[in-house]
Design a protein around this ligand. Structure first.
Ligand code: NDP
Length: 508
């Protein structure tokens, strides 16, 4: 019993209900003037409950709103310290706690899990040198390479402002005007566009990042997480049936597997590229190694296994630990850093900014986001700041002459970045790029049946767009692979001879 006469329930009795201020509650019935009402303003217990209820929701993520997550560990299986001084990757057998969040992208928080969509794949590593957030997708590439296009692209995936409906003409209009999207569009409409659940997807950091070793040498790297459960996808009829039966199929699958001790895992691998290789790659292929719409071919840049990610604990409270989990690509640790990838550079700002809006300026002080190592800075105050975070720090300014106050340490300074004689401009991110070879390579990997399913799905939605949009988009498919173009065109009901004549007019 505490001072208020409240039991804690440990003795089998129920604890006494209290207000949020901790005052025990006698009855939970509205206080009224007479049995029929009206209510009284002095019923502060009821007022508190109603006011809190009105504030239960935080802003939904603009993208990746519907998600699931869990806690686990990352274990190093191969020493790659010659490439990075990242403490979490330093020694075989080293374990680091993690939280992971998976999501769909376009749907709102109530959307069904089994929709055709890209899946978000994020991991927060609570390392001894700060949190490292790997904020990726289940696809190795993305739809656009210039961040100016991002908000516009997302608008096309959401609802039309007038009809409040998803709009296929809007989606394909944008994609047909953005041929760099073809690679990701091909993945989206392939079998992998509708996974059985989160346990059965690969994760990719997608962007190029940098590794820095303790000699101050930088190499470029890409992160891959291969599912140990195997890739499993839903055919369209299976997906539709599943949504009819269970809108939370991925949440259910992940939660139930962990609850019964069937812990899902992923093997982490990296691809590495030196600056000299990057220069050579661009010369020989024409592909910018920092272009988010491109992969690095495995044959030239083989995957190197580095560790294992395992999920083994469900959250106790979904809202506190998963909805408020805030992942940002800007959360780097010593030994891991950015690359010039323009999309990554934009995300370095926008994710942390979104969390400040969505969760609050001090989102990193919430238990799920809080680093497990000491946090020592001179940022102060703002909504929901906890004194716990600043503890014995007597100064809120730097430099200072006070004892035992945090100071920067030169050994954590990253080597300088030589940008040569860079010219500042708004460079063309649309023309003079080969946006078709890699999309074609992917298409040519599919067997005949998957090519056919891909073309059927695309025609089903592209057929809802205007004729002009269909023509432009068909040109992109033909450029990637003639068979790709012909299949989609046939499914759309075009006469191929007539189409060739019309396409000549579109492309000239
Ligand atoms: P590879 O043949 O070495 O790699 C092909 C990779 O594609 C596989 O390793 C597998 O990667 C993935 N894959 C296999 N089947 C499918 C499928 N049905 N749908 C989607 N992806 C599949 O050739 P390249 O490295 O030259 O890549 C060729 C094409 O493969 C690329 O244009 C790209 O579209 C796709 N790809 C390439 C990746 C890369 O990092 N190089 C990664 C994923 C896809 P995984 O084991 O990661 O699933």
């Amino acid at each position: 019993m505490n001072g208020n006469g409240q039991g804690n329930g440990n003795d089998g009795s129920c604890p006494v209900m209290t207000t949020a201020d901790g005052r025990p509650i006698g009855r939970q019935q509205a206080m009224t003037a007479g049995p029929r009402g009206p209510l009284l303003m002095q019923d502060v217990e009821l007022l508190e409950q109603m006011q809190h209820f009105n504030r239960e929701r935080i802003p939904e993520r603009v993208v990746h709103a519907k998600g699931s997550g869990a806690f686990g560990t990352f274990t190093v299986t191969r020493d790659i310290s010659e490439h990075t001084k990242a403490d979490l990757l330093g020694k075989v057998g080293k374990k680091t706690d993690i939280v992971m969040r998976f999501s769909t992208v376009a749907g709102e928080r109530g959307a069904a899990d089994a929709e055709r969509d890209v899946r978000g794949f994020s991991i927060k590593f609570y390392t001894d040198e700060g949190n490292w957030d790997m904020v990726g997708n289940n696809t190795p590439v993305f739809f656009v390479r210039d961040p100016y296009k991002f908000a516009n692209f997302i608008h096309t995936q959401k609802r039309d402002p007038k009809t409040n409906l998803r709009d296929m003409d809007m989606q394909w209009d944008f994609w047909s005007q953005s041929p760099e999207s073809l690679h990701q569009v091909t993945i989206l409409f392939s079998d992998r566009g509708r996974p059985v659940g989160y346990r059965h997807i690969n994760g990719y950091g997608s962007h190029t990042y940098s590794f820095i070793n303790d000699r101050g040498e930088r190499v470029w790297c890409k992160f891959h997480f291969k599912t140990d459960q195997g890739i499993k996808n839903l055919m369209d009829d299976e997906g539709d049936t599943l949504i009819g039966a269970n809108r939370e199929s991925s949440q259910q699958d992940l939660f139930d597997a962990i609850e019964k001790g069937d812990f899902p895992s992923w093997t982490m691998k990296v691809q590495l590229m030196t600056q000299a290789q990057a220069d050579g790659f661009e010369k020989s292929t024409g592909w910018n190694p920092f272009d988010l719409t491109k992969v690095w071919p495995h044959a030239e840049f083989p995957l190197i296994e580095v560790g294992k990610v395992e999920l083994n604990r469900n959250p106790d409270n979904y809202h506190a630990e998963i909805e408020q989990a805030s992942f940002s690509p800007s959360a780097f640790v010593p030994g891991i850093g950015p690359s010039p990838d323009k999309m990554l550079q934009a995300r370095l700002m926008s994710y942390a900014d979104a969390h400040r809006h969505r969760v609050g300026n001090n989102y990193q002080q919430l238990p799920v986001n809080k680093p497990k190592c000491p946090v020592m800075h001179y940022q102060r105050d703002g909504q929901m700041a906890t004194a716990d975070s600043y503890k014995a720090m007597t100064a809120n300014y730097y430099p200072n002459t006070r004892d035992a106050m945090p100071k920067p340490a030169e050994k954590f300074h990253d080597p300088a970045w030589d940008l040569g004689s860079a010219i500042v401009d708004r460079f063309d991110s649309e023309n003079d790029h080969d946006d078709f070879t890699q999309a074609g390579n992917l298409y040519r990997m599919f067997d005949d049946a998957e090519r056919d399913r891909l073309a059927t799905r695309i025609a089903g939605v592209l057929g809802q767009a205007r004729d002009q949009v269909q023509m432009l988009q068909l040109c992109h498919f033909f450029r990637a692979d003639e068979d790709y173009g012909k299949r989609v065109a046939t499914k759309l009901g075009f006469d191929l001879n007539e189409l060739m004549e019309r396409m000549g007019a579109v492309t000239t």
